[in-house]
Ligand binder design. Structure first.
Ligand SMILES: C[S@@+](CC[C@H](N)C(=O)[O-])C[C@H]1O[C@@H](n2cnc3c(N)ncnc32)[C@H](O)[C@@H]1O
Length: 265
């Protein structure tokens, strides 16, 4: 598990200003009108809290599932600060998406932000899809989002000896704390496992001076669109919809994402 999930404040700083995915999921929920929503790998509640806020007017409840205690603690703290109305329609629970079950079924389960990429083995992926199906009522939907594999990023891994390009992929400024976070990223692709070994190098600056630096190494399973389809089909979902970005465009050669929805009959 990546180090950054042990430092939820830094996770939030990394995602500062990310609004597009939140807007997408709020819109999806307004369209589908579920009564009970489960978010798998909810982290600090970045998406869960705005969902719950919308739920006050739309009359649905949200559960955020997370297996990293530090992230869950931060989510609970955000919930506490959000006020009593949100607290009533939202709960955070500690558990593993491969096995967690609730007494009542959900009608929408979502796994945004490539959370399923932390499932490296086919066995764990199938367990997670089956468990999602078991947690859904008839007609319920399971929505999975992953980043579209970018073969140009992985191309250097195929040179001999392999090269690893380092790019700055995040440059965020937290005005309240006066902290600028710069993240450099380098990936090596292991084609036989469909796995990217990712190294994030973080630097924090205050008034232009380096105040902290750290690194985080983790592995990410690279899902291809056809593979996601097969996971849904193998676990008895009906494929309902696939889009390639947060604007809802159909999947194309230039799609940055794969957001696939399966329906339980
Ligand atoms: C990329 S973060 C996404 C967090 C949140 N959904 C968001 O959009 O900000 C992935 C999250 O999934 C959690 N996670 C990874 N594997 C998990 C598992 N097997 N069960 C539950 N949560 C898991 C991680 O701890 C992390 O918080």
């Amino acid at each position: 598990m990546t180090q950054i999930y042990r430092h939820p404040d830094e996770y939030d700083l990394e995602h500062l200003g990310d609004q597009e995915d939140i807007g997408f999921y709020l819109g999806l929920v307004r369209h589908l009108r579920p009564k009970r929503i489960l978010e798998l790998g909810c982290g600090t509640g970045r998406i869960t809290l705005p969902l719950a806020k919308q739920g006050i007017n739309y009359g649905y409840r949200v559960v955020g599932l997370e297996n990293q205690p530090e992230m869950l603690k931060s989510a609970a703290e955000h919930q506490r600060r959000a006020g009593p109305q949100i607290q009533q329609c939202l709960s955070f629970v500690e558990g593993d998406m491969r096995s967690w079950a609730d007494d009542e079924p959900f009608d929408l389960i979502m796994a945004p932000c490539s959370s399923v990429s932390h499932l490296h083995d086919l066995e764990d992926q199938i367990k997670t899809w089956r468990q999602a199906r078991a947690n859904l009522c008839a007609g319920g939907r399971y929505v999975v989002e992953v980043t579209m594999p970018n073969l140009s990023v992985f191309a250097d891994s195929f040179s001999r000896p392999p090269r690893a390009l380092v790019e700055i992929d995040i440059d965020n400024f937290d005005e309240t704390a006066g902290i600028r976070l710069i993240r450099r990223k380098t990936s090596s692709y292991l084609s036989h496992q469909q796995r990217a070994q990712i190294r994030f190098l973080y630097e924090k600056y205050r008034e232009g001076r380096l105040v902290d630096s750290y690194l985080d190494d983790f592995a990410s399973h690279i899902f291809f669109p056809r593979e996601l389809e097969l996971l849904f089909i193998h676990t008895s979902f009906q494929l309902e919809n696939t889009v390639g970005d947060y604007q809802g465009h159909p999947l194309s050669a230039h799609s940055p994402l794969v957001i696939m929805t399966g329906r339980r009959d």
